[in-house]
Design a protein around this ligand. Sequence first.
Ligand code: PAF
Length: 282
Amino acid sequence: MKIIESAIEMCGLAKNFSTEGESIGFVPTMGALHNGHISLLRKCRKENDVAVVSIFVNPLQFLKGEDYDKYPRQLALDKKICSAEEVDILFIPQVGSVYQKGFDTFIDQSHYGRFLCGPFRPNHFRGVMTVVAKFFNIVRPDKVYFGQKDYQQYLIVKRMVEDLNFHIEVKMLPTVREEDGLAISSRNIYLGPKQRKIAPVLYQSLMRTKELVAQGVVNVKRLKPEMIRMLACNKGLKVEYVEFANVETLEPVNEVKTQALVAVAVRLGNIRLIDNMIITRG
Ligand code: PAF
């Protein structure tokens, strides 16, 4: 496994792979790799000649007061994981080389950021899109891999790829869960024992909704309060949002007609947890 810290070197290598006709798969990450990332790495490894992983905690996507400084960093362990998963290139640039002095260009969208996490994390997706677009130019991937846990991020990147004519296939893989259903996330390590016990309620509330839809309860006016009730009865848990949305546009729906995205965000103390499920009727 090659470890590359310079964007110029990464660009040069990617150009050579393209010239030689080798396909490049890419998994962008912020490190603290877990089983969710590993499922992306494995798929990427399987489907491409060259597998590239980036580890970069992107300051641009954290709001003031969020956990940028505290975000889990475990580079030595991440290197071992990537090497064991037969990643070809681990790209770990420094902040100063990604955002050079005078950096002043950003990518944003007007539609998708209005929904779900957008209003709660202003400019977060602008930071994600900007760094992802830069990395697409540096790594030149043919395929890129994201997890369903960040469904809104996946849709936003997919839209950006279409709008800006990146010739990249954007792939989404299912959320990987702990045995009790908690969606795996790098931030789960912040959970104290009591919070960790409560955290699977996000998944349980999604499963309850799935069950109700299967029983024919499809009106969001009935489904949403039931989910909120299940979540909010846990001490210390504050519901940020529960939304039923169109799977392509993220616009709110009133009824689960054929399919809907059900998305939830809560705060357990200072820790923000998200989860979602695509629920199909019939
Ligand atoms: O999902 C993440 O880890 C980040 O948002 C990403 C895509 C690596 C961009 O910094």
